[in-house]
Design a protein around this ligand. Structure first.
Ligand SMILES: [Zn+2]
Length: 341
């Protein structure tokens, strides 16, 4: 599943590839993926891409009527080469309150001058098995529903475009057409972005205090609490911080919190740096190669050499290093212990 670093890399990729391009056609191939009904997909035709934004693991492509100067203040060149902060934006207060993510100073005033009705956001969430496939030249064969992984297709008038695909049958990939990003329920309820300009040590402290005795692993990957971190990067962050995934959030010492804050930002920034510039097609392999513990059960910890262990749940598993994270203790496998009861 793509998480913050991969989605951010995809955002930068799309920003470089399709800013200023005109949509030729949008097609919903797997009808279950489209979660909104108010705006028809045909409305995207003839519109020009003005911005590409990320909110947590959601990506939004903003299109407006062709003509360019209707996007006021949204100078694409400012964002294309900017650092993480420029692309990620900030969030109000830096705490957990509200949960709403709004643009930082960089993005202020980018609404289209003639009114909000003339812009449309194509928002998508790739979920567990979804992916984006870019084509310099779109396939000419018509997309047929019910065959293969293709769920949604967007073509530009210069012949390029991208497909949203989903492997398997779970159909959790979600596409929305809205006037404002926050109209997507999953976006409106997001916690702060850990790489946002206003996400401080105090922001993390307040998250940990509000989480109480909750296990830190679950806190980090709860999208309402923190935006963009999922199963893989929560394992990586906790490994980097040397913390047990089952540590109670409000029991961490001041030093542990400081280490966790640094590990959270460092792990995500490093992953973005590795992924940035990698074409969309190569991002999955890049993610896997960069992981130290997640998905590496039975391998040696790259830091201490201890064999990486795993705890399995109904539909997921976590990995950790007993040597670095739990003082040598191997955590009970919940699934196994339940069977033994
Ligand atoms: Zn280790």
């Amino acid at each position: 599943m793509p998480e913050l670093p991969e989605v951010e890399a995809l955002r930068r990729f799309l920003d470089r590839r399709c800013l200023g391009l005109t949509v030729d056609r949008a097609q919903v191939v797997a009808f279950a993926c489209l979660k909104t009904a108010e705006i028809p997909v045909s409305a995207l035709g003839g519109c020009e891409v003005g911005r590409v934004e990320r909110r947590g693991k959601f990506l939004g492509v903003c299109v407006g009527e062709a003509g360019g100067d209707r996007f006021v203040g949204g100078d694409p060149s400012e964002r294309a080469g900017g650092g993480v902060g420029a692309g990620v934006g900030g969030q109000p207060g830096g705490g957990t309150g509200g949960g709403q993510f709004v643009d930082g100073p960089v993005d202020e005033g980018v609404d289209i001058a003639e009114g909000v009705g003339s812009q449309t956001w194509l928002v998508f969430h790739l979920a567990r098995a979804g992916w984006l496939r870019w084509h310099d030249t779109m396939p000419t064969a018509p997309a047929r529903p019910g065959r293969g992984p293709l769920a949604f297709r967007l073509s530009f008038t210069d012949g390029s475009g991208f497909d949203l695909t989903e492997a398997g049958t779970r159909q959790r990939l979600a596409v929305y057409l809205v006037r404002e990003l926050e109209e997507v329920p999953g976006v409106a309820s997001l916690g702060p972005d850990p790489l946002g300009q206003l996400f401080t040590r105090e922001s993390l402290d307040s998250i940990l205090e509000q989480a109480g005795r909750a296990q830190i692993k679950g806190v980090l990957r709860d999208q309402h609490v923190l935006a963009g971190v999922g199963n893989a990067y929560s394992d990586e962050v906790l490994w980097a911080a040397g913390l047990s995934p089952f540590a109670a959030a409000d029991r961490l010492t001041d030093e542990q919190r400081a280490v966790l804050y640094a590990a959270l930002q460092g792990t995500l920034r490093d992953a973005i740096d590795r992924a940035d510039g990698v074409a969309a097609a190569g991002l999955k392999a890049e993610k896997k190669a960069g992981l130290n513990v997640h998905g590496r059960t039975g391998e040696a910890c790259p830091r201490c050499g201890t064999t990486i262990a795993e705890v399995s749940f109904a539909d997921s598993s976590l990995q950790y290093c007993p040597g670095c994270q739990t003082g040598g203790r191997v955590l009970a496998d919940r699934r196994l212990s339940r069977l033994l009861k």
